[in-house]
Design a protein around this ligand. Structure first.
Ligand code: NDP
Length: 333
């Protein structure tokens, strides 16, 4: 397959122009282009330019409000709520970040609940941004029902991802970010596009039979990682992002979604904890000891290190995307 290599400025420019040409105002286009560019920079292909055609489809058919003006509210000292105005999550997250950080620093911890918003991206940008500010960050998102619960044969849960970030004394962070599905849906879509097999245990076909055919899994159901244990975490994410904040559960997302494959509506919960209010300076020092011991073990690496390695290289080498995707985005301008 032919690739086109773009600089990060070219990635941002292409994403911004495609969004502006298809119904986003400047604030929304800039916020989404930031997440797309960060994903390409960090080698997270399934959340980079690959997502632009899906964003555009949902902007054009009116599912998403590209002119959204998220409203940030603070009903209590530790609670930040955002009404996303049916827009894309990046702008809502951007507007809520400062109040969330301020509330966590003041009170020791704070929670952000985002409703009426469409999340289609990775979660590490929101948790890493908190850790860079010296806070522990956690984030959860629910999504349309693509995943069968352990023992089930039909989709029930979204691939309901979650992320965790821990601050490091050098201003960096250790971050993990994962779907509760054995394999992220975007990875299956890319495997289907590129003619690759899906990993074992990624999912089942429409009849409930295990398969490694990504197309059959996309039509059937994905499976949680770790069997019933991953299923339990998917349940937790669904309850935190749905009922807790008066938003739709994965099951209810399906009823509200137009099935266009673009970002569905759903809730997001972000938690920020200030270690200074708990373990004080010892918290970070003890964390470093733990992380050093872990990463010095043979064959072990810290989560997030693959991204950080890509981040160091992309500014020099550029971001390679399939020529067909590049053309598809050009056609949207
Ligand atoms: P992966 O399985 O690729 O990675 C999960 C995490 O494990 C990453 O933090 C990764 O770090 C880390 N990791 C991987 N291999 C190792 C290893 N050998 N040792 C230590 N750590 C390791 O992610 P998923 O496929 O589960 O999810 C991909 C993305 O999809 C996530 O960003 C998620 O937020 C997103 N998503 C978004 C949804 C939405 O609705 N918005 C829905 C579902 C998923 P590293 O990156 O460094 O490899």
């Amino acid at each position: 397959m032919n690739d086109v290599t773009l600089s990060l400025d070219e990635v941002r420019d292409l994403a911004t122009r495609a969004l502006l040409a298809n119904g986003c105002n400047q604030a929304n286009a800039d916020a989404v282009a930031d997440t797309v560019t960060a994903a390409e920079r960090d080698g997270c292909k399934s959340h980079g330019l690959f997502r632009i055609p899906g964003y555009v489809k949902s902007l054009k058919n009116g599912k998403i409000n590209g002119q959204s003006t998220p409203v940030v509210m603070q009903p209590g000292p530790c609670i930040v709520k955002v009404d996303g105005d049916r827009g894309l999550a990046p702008l809502a997250l951007q507007m809520a970040r400062a109040p969330l950080i301020e509330a966590a620093r003041k009170n020791g911890m704070a929670a952000l609940a985002i409703r009426r918003s469409h999340h289609y991206a990775a979660l590490w940008p929101e948790t890493e941004a908190l850790a860079i500010e010296g806070l522990v960050g956690m984030a959860f998102v629910n999504s349309p029902p693509y995943m069968a619960p352990a023992g089930g044969k039909a989709p029930f849960f979204g691939t309901n991802p979650m992320s965790f970030a821990w601050p490091r004394p050098d201003g960096g962070a250790v971050v993990w970010d994962q779907a509760t599905a054995a394999t992220a849906r975007g990875e299956l879509q890319i495997a289907k596009r590129d003619g690759h097999a899906a990993p074992e245990c990624a999912g089942i076909d429409r009849d409930g039979n295990p398969t490694t055919d990504p197309a059959a899994i996309l039509e059937g159901a994905q499976l949680p990682f770790g069997g019933y244990k991953g299923g339990a975490i998917a349940l937790m994410v669904d309850l935190l992002c749905g009922p807790l904040i008066d938003e739709v559960s994965s099951q209810e997302v399906a009823a509200e979604d137009n099935g266009d494959g673009g970002p569905a509506t759903g809730g997001e919960l972000v938690l920020a904890i200030d270690p200074g209010h708990f373990g004080g300076a010892n918290a970070i020092a003890r964390g470093e000891r733990l992380l050093d011991a872990l990463s010095s073990m043979d064959g072990v690496r810290l989560p997030g290190n693959r991204r950080l390695a890509a981040r160091a290289q992309t500014p020099t080498h550029g971001a390679a995307i399939p020529a067909s995707l590049h053309q598809a985005i050009q056609d949207l301008l």
